[in-house]
Structure formats: structure tokens, C-alpha cells
Design a binder for this molecule. Sequence first.
Ligand code: OGA
Ligand code: NI
Length: 365
Amino acid sequence: MARLDDDNDSVKLCMSVQEMSINGDEPPPEYIVREGIFGAIDSSPEIGQIPIIDINLYSTSSHDSEQAENELEKLRSALSSSGCFQAIGHGISSSFLDKLREAATQFFALPEEEKQKNPLEEKQKHFKVAHRTEGYGHDVKVSEEQVLDWAYRLTLRVFPEDQRCLDLWPENPNNFGEVLREYATKVRSMMGVLFKAMAKSLNLEENSFANQLFGEQALMTARFNFYPQCSRADQVLGVKPHTDGSGITVLLQDKEVEGLQILVEGKWVKVPIVPHAIVVNLGDQMQIMSNGIFKSPMHRVVTNFERMRLSVALFNEPDPEIEISPVEELIDEMRPRVYKNVKNYGRINYECYQRGEIALETMKI
Ligand code: OGA
Ligand code: NI
């Protein structure tokens, strides 16, 4: 993202973000992370061995080549261990990715009043479904124990198209909507390719996941995350440890500032920035469908003392009307069924989160 942190723009931005006191004040106590089951914030974590996978090999004619086979095996191995990989060969140009980052950077740099034209609260009124929260905002305290995330977010439903709440889409910068539509369309076709490859990597019929996750009414939600710099980055998290409730998540990281960490074998490791790569991680619903073979990784975001960070996550979810289930062929005597069938997991996930429960645990048989 553009470096706003060392020029005049940053001053303007700092002044507008009062609640998070990024101009160097102590963060309010509700942001301070207490050492919980997932451990403290480590100042120098190891770099994770996150595989880099050329996903172009899944969509070209080189289907039966040894190289394509190897790439499928890499995928299976990545998804059944860390649940995460860095995709290259996705066909989205770096200049377009920069354009998306730039549009998001410009939006977050607007004065607070301007951004509040798209507030989170408004949308909750529009929707009866409690978990559908869209628009711009930050964490609000709903319980005493809650530790707040040091982040501002803009959340927008992008698919199905007729479910877009265009009144919440930023008009400033004026190319925001156009760039998001184009990016989401590209990522959707990338996800289609990935669902097939994931099935093939487990020797399943190629639509085994796609036909549950990828129908006309499948959902895609964009979340733009903005993490201001933080004077207590040693004690404050951008996002607390969580797994994504999605089928899969495609995450565009900041171009320069790291922050994402995943939990691998009980240890937090950094997800490095790889030029041109887009991070793909699995969500809980894919773990359910793969009968626990693929993993939905626990991850978190740390903050940075000096620099702000931006990321863009696109979450895919099945049509909430569809019941998803572990794929039949992945259930046998050696590997009995782990999860129940479930409909509208997004809502269950949200409700569990409110109660401090782990949604995926409640899905076990
Ligand atoms: C998320 C998330 C990671 C990041 O939005 O669910 O995990 O790097 N984001 O911002
Ligand atoms: Ni996440």
C-alpha cells in the first residue's frame, strides 16, 4: 500500500482516528490482550513454511502432466497441514492488485465523517439476519471480557449480485466499486478452479466441493481490513485468534507490512509477504466437507509500532439454504464421519462467537 505513514497524509489520518489513538497515546485497556490459551504476542516469530503453489497448472491443458500432479500433491499436503498456501499463477496482474490496494487505502484515508456515510450500524437495521453486518466500522464492546481488535473494517457482500447493498459501497474514490467488482469476479473464477483442484487432490470427482460451495446463490463477502500503527503493538492485536467461517478465504496482504500469523503445531508463525502471491486459507466449512482432512487454520493479525497495514479478504460461503455435509467418499471405517450436516453455518459461527464457543467444535458428531 502507499506509504502514508511518513508523509503529511499520515498526520491527517492520525488526527481523524481518535479512538485508536494512533498518534502514540496508550491504547485504551479494552484493546490489551491478556495471555490466553493461544499465548502471548511474540516479537520475533518464525517465518512459516507456507508453500507457494502455481495454480495456473490447475486450469491449463497440462492436466495429466507430472508437474500438474505434483502441484495437486502440494495442494493436498498444504491444506491437510497448515490449511494455507500462497497462490501464484492466478492471472491477476500486479498492477491491478495495486489498484485495489490503492482504492482501499484512499477510502481509509478519508476523514472519519466521510467514511461514516457507510456505517455498520445502519445495515444491521436493514437486515433481519443478525450476522449480516455490512459497512464500515470497528469492534464495539458487547461484553466485559471482550478484547477489541485494533482495526477498522469495511465489509461488503459482493455475490450474489442482487444481494449487494450498493448504498454502502464507497463512492470515494470513485473507482472503488468498479475495482471491487472486477477483483471479486476474478477471484470467483480462481475459487472455482481451486475447488476442482482440491477435489482432484483427494481423488474425488472434481465437482465434489464445488457443487456444495459454488452454486448461483453462493455468497462472497469482501472485507477490507485497515490496521493503524499502534504504540503497544507488543500487547495489542489487529485481529484476535480465529478461524474463518467460510468455505475458503482469499486474502490479499499488504504489499510491505507483514502481520498475519497462523498457528502451526501449537506455534505462531508469520505468513510472509510473497510478491504477486495471494494467500489462500481454508475456512471451517471446507474442513467439514472434507471430513476433517483439510484444516481451517487458526490465525491472527499482529499490529505494527510504526506502520499501518491493509489487507483485503474475500470469503466464499455456500448458499445458506443448502445443507452441506462431509463428502461421502471421505467417510469410511478408517475415517468415520466427524461432522454433522449443517445449513447456514455463517449464522451458527456468529452466534457461537458471541457466546465465546468454537463453532466447529459444536458441529462434531
Ligand atoms: C480476516 C483475517 C487477515 C489479515 O479478515 O478474517 O484473518 O491479514 N484477516 O488481515
Ligand atoms: Ni480470518
